[in-house]
Design a protein around this ligand. Structure first.
Ligand code: RNT
Ligand code: ZN
Length: 419
């Protein structure tokens, strides 16, 4: 019972449905996910000593949090060795690396503060690095507000931060000869019933216009804007709502970013992808798992994750949807959190790639709903795992649960030795 002979069995199963497993494996190998650096250190970063703030929160104190660039890079490298395929890294501005006692505030950061990340990325063979302004956990978040603040000096600080980030994103794109997705997200909102929603939203739009007025290479830096429905301490309203973000992105020719933790609990991003694809050339996702709220639990191979992947694959949008992960669980081994989340999104993509969508679409078009339900349910127990094992083996990554022992060995040898 080898990986290869198992794969032969699986191949026959899918062939019966008209699905070419070899082709599916090839396409999966071409699909890169942007792995978020911030799972490794509980979204703390290297540029400040204060706690995480801005409507988001990590919970848990599992030992082994990465405390500096060396540790974070080592942990990322370890995680990526357990994940098949070639991927991208998603960095936040607060992960700037300052040398020789130098320090620059967020409105003054420069490409050179990310040179070490570029060197690291090239050494481990990253496909690219994506970037994010860090608009939280900072003293210039006055009354919790940034780009919507009534205070001009506050808005200007964050406008300058975003402009600095565009320059850094351009540098990252050039170094890796690929695009750099730069995602803007602000927590700005209010705990209780606002007296004015329009004023702050208008200021937000004007601040963004000011940021985008700077010249930059639009083929290299793909600016995305992330919406949100609420945050901790910001329960009544957030400026960057879904409608604000969709409207702004559409009219200014930037890209919308949908985080599946950022909607009302019964709303699903999988249902939104097709509509967004009809009106935007590309779009970006933050794949996460909300449990009852935007809790940022590790991505599992659950129904919604699979449905998101299906929408990407069956709409032929693997090169139009940029997928990044976004969760931060501090209650479990952080390498494991990354590995489980990345492998699961890949499994979801593989599951979609192995689905006979033409056949299913025809059943829908012909209103043969009985057969549609019956076949979709039968496909759920097809041997996905055997094809997945083949992918891992071909890519030189651990097959099945074999990565767990490796992860635990790293915990014992490295993580538990951190103070
Ligand atoms: C928070 C947003 C945002 C952040 C990261 C750190 O709710 O999802 O993506 O999580 O930028
Ligand atoms: Zn997000």
């Amino acid at each position: 019972m080898s990986v290869d002979s198992n794969y032969e069995v699986a191949r026959e199963f899918y062939k019966k449905q008209g699905v070419d497993t070899d082709e599916a494996l090839k396409k999966l190998g071409q699909f890169s996910i942007s792995m978020h650096c911030w799972q490794g250190d509980d979204v703390v970063g290297f540029d400040q000593d204060g706690p995480l703030s801005g409507g988001i929160q990590t919970t848990g104190n599992y030992p082994g949090r990465a405390r500096n660039p060396e540790e974070l890079m080592a942990d990322i490298e370890k995680a990526l060795s357990l994940i098949p395929g070639e991927h991208r890294l998603n960095l936040h501005a607060c992960y700037a690396i300052f040398e020789d006692g130098e320090k620059a505030d967020r409105d003054r950061i420069e490409p050179k503060h990310f040179k070490k990340w570029v060197e690291f990325g090239k050494r481990i063979g990253l496909k690219g690095i994506d970037f994010n302004p860090t608009i939280f956990s900072h003293s210039m978040m006055v009354d919790g507000l940034s780009l919507t603040s009534p205070k001009k000096e506050v808005r200007d600080f964050w406008i300058n931060h975003c402009k600095a980030c565009i320059r850094i994103s351009e540098y990252l794109a050039e170094e890796f000869n690929t695009h750099c997705e730069m995602n803007i997200w602000i927590p700005d909102g209010l705990k209780d019933v606002p007296a004015d929603r329009m004023g702050p939203r208008k200021r937000y739009a004007e601040s963004l216009d000011e940021i985008l007025s700077m010249p930059y290479d639009k083929t290299k830096v793909l600016i995305t804007l992330e919406s949100k429905v609420f945050g901790i301490g910001l329960e009544s309203y957030t400026a960057g709502s879904a409608e604000f973000t969709a409207g702004y992105a559409y009219t200014r020719h930037i890209l919308p970013l949908m985080d599946n933790g950022h909607y009302h609990p019964t709303e699903v991003v999988s249902d939104k992808i097709s509509s967004m694809l009809l009106f935007n050339e590309k779009l970006a996702l933050h794949v996460t798992r909300g449990v009852r709220w935007d809790s940022d639990h590790v991505v599992l191979l659950d129904d919604e994750t699979k449905e998101i992947a299906k929408e990407i694959v069956r709409n032929d949008a693997m090169d139009r949807v940029m997928v990044g992960l976004d969760f931060f669980d501090a209650s479990i081994n952080r390498i494991s959190a990354w590995t489980v989340g990345m492998r699961n999104f890949q499994k979801a993509m593989l599951s979609a790639l192995l689905t006979p969508f033409d056949k299913l679409k025809t059943l829908q078009e012909e209103s043969r709903f009985t057969e549609l339900m019956a076949l979709q349910e039968e496909l759920k127990t097809y041997p996905l795992g055997l094809v997945w094992d083949k992918f891992c083996a071909d890519k030189g990554a651990p097959v099945g649960e074999n990565w767990i022992d490796e992860m635990l060995a790293y915990e014992k040898d490295v993580l538990l030795k951190r103070g």
